[in-house]
Write a protein of this length. Structure first.
Length: 324
């Protein structure tokens, strides 16, 4: 069982903040304070990434419970990296400040790490506060073994992990899809990964967020950054030992599929799609590898390998998205 001291909190919670309603930040902090962690077992680090107006006046009541850092605006990656530098906890948890932790489900994750069962917990996310009374957990496996057999959730907020697993790994600054580059490199470093169906993190969709933005300039940057992330991960995979390489190559293939799917759904433009496929091909990422990773992947990869199949995807995927 892990023992904590006032000098070493069990969990450091890293909360990047930028131009959100202070009430959302307070609700996020309250969701952490509601956990059973004693004050010396938790460390809540709020990183204000140069908001137009500091939320400090709204945080007075949390003075004894949080560490507040204000820095020049550098983006989400820089804010998280600042939190990592400050963190002293045995484990780390990233929490976006427009989201919440779900008390009963997150307590289950804390129980897993308290008894030393895993270096990393992969938990479920939800948009509703409902949570089951009982949870099911996997036996621990290495991060490499997990990635070789499973798809990976990209968001960095979906994992509670031992700080020592990080090593020198940090978020790439100034890009979208920074989580997609960070997360597979993090998971592959873990020796004991446990998966639970506990819905421990409540995700709140917010109009105007980076993910929901429809600004054309932002969309093009997202596409370019996404492609660059895939290329860098593919290059990294080529340098790894065989088992790690196979695991990361699966993730690269999955991300490439997601990239193509996103372009079809969001642009519905065959000329633009063909141009992006040519770019992928020049980097050795297309056609997609002929692997039976999942049923969806198998069919998608086969359809994208022909002009007729691409036309079918262009005509059907946007309609299926609209119906859902």
């Amino acid at each position: 069982m892990i023992h904590t001291t006032p000098q070493t909190p069990l969990v450091s919670f890293i909360l990047p903040y930028y131009n959100l309603p202070p009430s959302m930040l307070c609700e996020c902090i309250e969701s952490i304070l509601s956990l059973s962690l004693r004050p010396f077992e938790r460390e809540i680090i709020v990183v204000d990434d140069g908001s137009d107006k500091s939320p400090i006046e709204h945080l007075q009541k949390y003075e004894a419970d949080i560490i507040y850092i204000r820095q020049h605006n550098g983006g989400l990656s820089m804010a998280r990296n600042s939190g990592i530098r400050m963190a002293q906890g045995t484990f780390l948890q990233f929490v976006d400040t427009d989201d919440l932790l779900v008390r009963s489900a997150y307590e289950h994750c804390l129980d897993i790490i308290r008894y030393g069962k895993a270096d990393m917990i992969l938990f479920d996310m939800t948009e509703t506060p409902d949570t089951p009374a009982a949870y099911h957990d996997s036996e621990p496996v290495t991060g490499t073994d997990f990635m070789r057999q499973n798809n990976l959730r990209g968001t960095a907020c979906g994992y509670l992990f031992r700080r020592s697993v990080l090593g020198e790994l940090r978020f790439a600054a100034g890009i979208y899809h920074e989580d997609e580059e960070f997360t597979p490199q993090l998971v592959i470093r873990a020796e004991r990964v446990c998966v639970t169906d506990a819905k421990a993190y409540r995700y709140r969709k917010r109009p105007g967020s980076i993910i929901t933005s429809t600004n054309v300039r932002h969309r093009l940057k997202r596409y370019n950054d996404f492609k660059a992330v895939i290329i860098r991960l593919a290059e990294l995979a080529d340098t790894l030992p065989t088992s790690d390489r196979v695991a990361l190559q699966r993730r690269v293939a999955q991300l490439t599929m997601d990239y193509i799917y996103k372009i079809i759904i969001e642009t519905r433009n065959r000329h633009f799609l063909d141009r992006k496929l040519s770019e992928l091909s020049r980097n050795g990422l297309f056609p997609l590898p002929d692997k039976n990773y999942t049923t969806k992947y198998t069919w998608f990869s086969r359809l994208t390998n022909s002009s007729m199949g691409l036309s079918l995807l262009m005509n059907t995927l946007p309609l299926m998205k609209r119906e859902r």
